[in-house]
Write a protein of this length. Structure first.
Lengths: 113, 118
């Protein structure tokens, strides 16, 4: 069975603070993909990043960074120097060999001015 | 069109009626997913189509739910005898994966169809 857990339902931080969104996954497959998606208030989900199970290198893209640790089955997302425009619901997702993509319940992030 | 198109954007229906929700994926995308988003429940997988292969229906919550995809393009999600618990936003997504096992997961989502069952 596969499962994605985002334990943080809602987070509020003040603008310019750093914030980390947690994601823990379960899978029996050795080959899988992990993703993060952003759903802004306008509603349409937007793809942010993909990581396959064989690539544990962390990735940085501007103010965004992702930490993938197979040992703890985690794929955490950090926003550095947060901005009000980062306010959204963020979803972590997992894809196994069968192509089914399972999403976590999401973390609603509020960036306060 | 340039993106995934869903219709209707809003649907209000009475309990017991049937509804049809339509998804028009990005042209050329062979992979198509349906998800349901309820308040506080994240995205719930419903069904996955890949080309002309038999779909993965493992997420459909009951036999009142069905979906088809005609000609490998437009998909219709049908909910029969709607119940109040069916109220949610139904999201469609497509991707360019060409076969089973090749979907690297960059999904393009539509804006969703918000269903309200009174």
């Amino acid at each position: 069975a596969q499962k994605v857990t985002q334990a943080q339902t809602e987070i509020s931080v003040v603008e310019k603070e750093d914030v980390t969104l947690d994601c823990v996954y379960e899978t029996r497959d050795t080959t899988y993909y992990l993703f993060w998606y952003k759903q802004p208030p306008s509603g349409e989900l937007v793809f942010l990043i993909r990581r396959n199970s064989f690539d544990e290198q962390n990735e940085i893209s501007g103010r965004y960074s992702w930490n993938f640790q197979k040992s703890t089955s985690s794929f955490n997302f950090t926003i550095t120097a947060s901005q009000v425009v980062d306010s959204a619901v963020y979803f972590c997702a997992l894809r196994n060999r069968d192509d089914k993509i399972i999403f976590g319940k999401g973390t609603r992030l509020h960036i306060l001015p | 069109g340039a993106g995934v198109s869903q219709s209707p954007s809003n649907k209000v229906t009475e309990k017991g009626k049937d509804v049809e929700l339509r998804c028009d994926p990005i042209s050329g995308h062979t992979a198509l997913y349906w998800y349901r988003q309820s308040l506080g429940q994240g995205l719930e997988f419903l069904i996955y189509f890949q080309g002309n292969s038999a779909p993965d229906k493992s997420g459909l919550p009951s036999d009142r739910f069905s979906a088809e995809r005609t000609g490998g393009s437009v998909s219709t999600l049908t909910i029969q005898r709607t119940q109040q618990e069916d109220s949610a936003v139904y999201l469609c997504a497509s991707s360019s994966a060409e076969r089973w096992g090749a979907n690297t997961g960059e999904l393009f989502f539509g804006e969703g169809s918000r269903l309200t069952v009174l």
